[in-house]
Write a protein that binds this ligand. Structure first.
Ligand code: FES
Length: 92
Protein backbone atom coordinates (compact mmCIF):
# COMPACT_ATOMS: atom_id res chain seq x y z
CA UNK A 1 0.00 0.00 0.00
CA UNK A 2 1.17 3.47 -0.83
CA UNK A 3 1.73 6.10 1.85
CA UNK A 4 -0.58 9.11 1.75
CA UNK A 5 -1.35 12.10 3.94
CA UNK A 6 -4.58 13.79 4.95
CA UNK A 7 -5.49 16.65 7.23
CA UNK A 8 -7.01 16.42 10.70
CA UNK A 9 -7.93 19.72 12.33
CA UNK A 10 -5.31 21.45 10.22
CA UNK A 11 -2.41 19.08 10.88
CA UNK A 12 -1.01 16.43 8.59
CA UNK A 13 -1.62 12.74 9.36
CA UNK A 14 0.11 9.90 7.56
CA UNK A 15 -1.87 6.87 6.41
CA UNK A 16 -1.61 3.91 4.11
CA UNK A 17 -3.91 3.98 1.10
CA UNK A 18 -7.05 1.98 1.95
CA UNK A 19 -6.57 2.29 5.72
CA UNK A 20 -9.59 3.68 7.55
CA UNK A 21 -9.39 7.24 8.79
CA UNK A 22 -10.04 5.98 12.32
CA UNK A 23 -7.11 3.57 12.18
CA UNK A 24 -4.79 6.25 10.80
CA UNK A 25 -5.83 8.69 13.54
CA UNK A 26 -5.30 6.09 16.25
CA UNK A 27 -1.88 5.22 14.77
CA UNK A 28 -1.04 8.91 15.13
CA UNK A 29 -2.16 8.96 18.77
CA UNK A 30 -5.42 10.83 18.11
CA UNK A 31 -8.30 9.26 20.05
CA UNK A 32 -10.92 12.03 20.06
CA UNK A 33 -12.84 12.55 16.80
CA UNK A 34 -16.03 14.06 18.23
CA UNK A 35 -17.29 16.13 21.17
CA UNK A 36 -20.77 15.41 22.46
CA UNK A 37 -23.16 18.28 23.14
CA UNK A 38 -21.94 18.06 26.76
CA UNK A 39 -18.32 18.37 25.64
CA UNK A 40 -17.38 14.75 26.27
CA UNK A 41 -14.72 13.16 24.06
CA UNK A 42 -15.72 10.39 21.67
CA UNK A 43 -13.72 8.22 19.28
CA UNK A 44 -13.64 4.59 18.24
CA UNK A 45 -15.80 2.17 20.21
CA UNK A 46 -16.86 -0.76 18.00
CA UNK A 47 -14.55 -0.10 15.05
CA UNK A 48 -16.95 -1.80 12.65
CA UNK A 49 -19.62 0.74 11.74
CA UNK A 50 -22.28 -0.13 14.33
CA UNK A 51 -22.08 2.35 17.22
CA UNK A 52 -21.60 5.67 15.35
CA UNK A 53 -19.33 6.94 18.17
CA UNK A 54 -16.60 7.81 15.63
CA UNK A 55 -18.71 10.32 13.69
CA UNK A 56 -16.64 13.19 12.41
CA UNK A 57 -16.60 15.75 9.63
CA UNK A 58 -14.91 14.46 6.48
CA UNK A 59 -14.56 16.78 3.49
CA UNK A 60 -17.30 18.97 4.94
CA UNK A 61 -19.79 16.14 5.53
CA UNK A 62 -20.78 15.76 9.21
CA UNK A 63 -21.75 12.49 10.87
CA UNK A 64 -19.36 10.44 8.75
CA UNK A 65 -18.05 7.31 10.45
CA UNK A 66 -14.26 7.46 10.54
CA UNK A 67 -14.00 3.69 11.05
CA UNK A 68 -15.87 3.03 7.78
CA UNK A 69 -14.23 5.68 5.63
CA UNK A 70 -10.99 4.95 3.81
CA UNK A 71 -8.31 7.61 4.06
CA UNK A 72 -7.67 9.36 0.77
CA UNK A 73 -4.81 11.65 -0.09
CA UNK A 74 -5.59 15.25 0.82
CA UNK A 75 -8.96 14.66 2.45
CA UNK A 76 -9.84 17.07 5.23
CA UNK A 77 -11.09 15.67 8.53
CA UNK A 78 -12.32 17.81 11.40
CA UNK A 79 -13.38 17.04 14.94
CA UNK A 80 -17.17 17.09 15.05
CA UNK A 81 -18.69 19.20 17.79
CA UNK A 82 -22.26 17.94 18.14
CA UNK A 83 -23.50 21.20 19.71
CA UNK A 84 -22.45 23.11 16.56
CA UNK A 85 -24.03 20.51 14.25
CA UNK A 86 -27.30 20.63 16.19
CA UNK A 87 -27.34 24.46 16.16
CA UNK A 88 -26.78 24.50 12.39
CA UNK A 89 -29.58 21.99 11.85
CA UNK A 90 -31.98 24.10 13.93
CA UNK A 91 -31.24 27.16 11.76
CA UNK A 92 -32.25 25.27 8.59
S1 FES B 1 -16.42 3.08 16.01
FE1 FES B 1 -18.43 2.31 16.00
S2 FES B 1 -19.23 3.07 14.12
FE2 FES B 1 -17.18 3.69 14.07
Amino acid sequence: MRDIEFEFDGRSVKAREGQSIAEALLDDGITTFRKTRNGEDRGVFCGMGVCFECRTIIDGKPNTRACMTPATSGCKVKTQEDAHIEAENEQR
